[in-house]
Design a protein around this ligand. Structure first.
Ligand SMILES: Cc1cc2nc3c(=O)[nH]c(=O)nc-3n(C[C@H](O)[C@H](O)[C@H](O)COP(=O)(O)OP(=O)(O)OC[C@H]3O[C@@H](n4cnc5c(N)ncnc54)[C@H](O)[C@@H]3O)c2cc1C
Length: 386
């Protein structure tokens, strides 16, 4: 039997829902957590590694999840980005005057450790599913963190504008024969984008998380390959993009199964209303080329909890579901999310065009940004604090 008198019912089972439930509980709110039923047989673990920025790590630190998660995380000291015609851009932690540019974090460990922390959260009660369907309970505020396919968002009649890129993001773990030295590497290959994120497993110094975004048909063909043929295709793509690649990363072998996700740019038409609010991928979806989707979702969590706390202190007559309070959250989050969506979408289109003049211009542009300190710093700061 579920109690009543909840301030917030958090609906969703991913990192955004769990971070929100933990964060609200830590601030003294009574939380009902409506999660999806456990699958009868657990699926394969998520092979993705997430690049998390300073703001996301700060939130995980405050939620006391970071000390355990750090064993499954690797700091990035430098990012090296290659264009498709001698364009290059690099960012270093030293230049940006930070200890690291980002942390590369194991996606499955993040979700597991958030789930473990929730078992000990004092003000969080799990709402049992009804049969095989998740169920919500009455609360002043329903926080919808159900990801891009949210049914609750649809049942409230909130539109979700979605532009399918026709690309898939292929992810896997790799082991290299040379140490990664904390360097994240990305190649804009037109039309695909290939990223190697330095990671600490299985080899503490020489593993990578692969994120390779490609047209769907090519992704499907790659997914169907046996491991040795996939490794060969990856090697060929790296050598084509950069003759130095083999000397930088060595030979790469698969250290996990390969998985893929369809990629899209999406945005909910409204983010809040009386008694409800959207967070994470339920509100917005961006291309993973800048590794920002979850960073945006965790920044949503941080902002919503701050806005609710401020309203409780200054206007105690307002309930958490008060539409004016929630509109403040939506206003604060819309600009950074829009800016990131425009940046990733713009870069993607710029590098998808095969025409020769554009190819020259985009590579020249990269080299110019490399030498323009303030613009480079602005780009880095956007990524560090979404
Ligand atoms: C290849 C790839 C690489 C990426 N790399 C990065 C990266 O480096 N950095 C980064 O910041 N982001 C990255 N992202 C984006 C990141 O994965 C997402 O932004 C993030 O997972 C969104 O979290 P979420 O909790 O909002 O949604 P989800 O992770 O989709 O979780 C929502 C959960 O809620 C469940 N659910 C649905 N309906 C209900 C319901 N009615 N009740 C209860 N539960 C429900 C769903 O089953 C799901 O488990 C990447 C994405 C891809 C595809």
């Amino acid at each position: 039997m579920v109690a009543t008198g909840f301030d917030v019912c958090v609906s969703g089972s991913g990192a955004v829902a769990m971070s929100l439930a933990l964060s609200l509980s830590a601030q003294g709110w009574q939380v009902a957590w409506a999660k999806a039923p456990e699958p009868v047989s657990p699926g394969a673990p998520d092979v993705r590694t997430y690049a998390l920025n300073a703001r996301a790590i700060d939130l995980l630190e405050r939620l006391r999840v970071w000390p355990a998660l750090k064993a499954f995380a690797t700091p990035v000291s430098r990012m090296a980005i290659q264009g498709d015609a001698a364009g290059a851009l690099s960012f270093s932690a030293w230049q940006q005057k930070v200890t690291e540019l980002a942390w590369i974090v194991d996606a499955a460990a993040l979700e597991r450790l958030l789930g473990e922390a929730l078992r000990f959260a004092p003000r969080v009660q799990v709402v049992p599913p009804v049969g095989d369907q998740p169920a919500t309970v009455a609360a002043s505020l329903l926080a919808i963190c159900e990801g891009k396919h949210s049914q609750t968002r649809a049942s409230l009649g909130i539109g979700f504008t979605r532009q399918d890129y026709g690309h898939w993001g292929v992810a896997a773990r790799l082991q290299a024969t040379l140490p990664h030295q904390g360097v994240a590497r990305q190649w804009f290959r037109s039309p695909d984008i290939l990223a190697l994120l330095p990671f600490n497993q299985p080899d503490p110094d020489a593993s990578y998380g692969l994120v390779w975004s490609l047209p769907r048909a090519r992704a499907e063909a790659l997914m169907a390959l046996p491991p040795e043929a996939f490794e060969q295709a990856l090697k060929q793509a790296l050598t084509e993009s950069d003759p130095q690649a083999a000397a930088l990363v060595g030979d790469l072998t698969l250290a996990s199964p390969v998985a893929a996700w369809p990629l899209a740019l999406a945005q909910a038409q409204r983010w809040s209303g009386p008694g409800w609010v959207l967070l994470g991928d339920a509100a917005h979806q961006v291309h993973p080329l800048a590794g920002q989707g979850l960073n945006l979702g965790l920044a949503d969590v941080d902002t919503l909890v701050q806005v609710l706390d401020e309203a409780r202190a200054r206007e105690p007559w307002r309930t958490p579901g008060d539409a004016r309070t929630l509109a403040r959250y939506a206003r604060q989050r819309q600009w950074p999310t829009q800016a990131m969506a425009t940046l990733t979408d713009g870069l993607l289109h710029l590098f998808a065009d095969e025409r020769a003049p554009l190819k020259t211009v985009r590579n020249l542009g990269m080299n110019m940004v490399q030498h323009l300190g303030p613009i480079k710093h602005w780009l880095a700061s956007r990524a560090l604090d979404s």
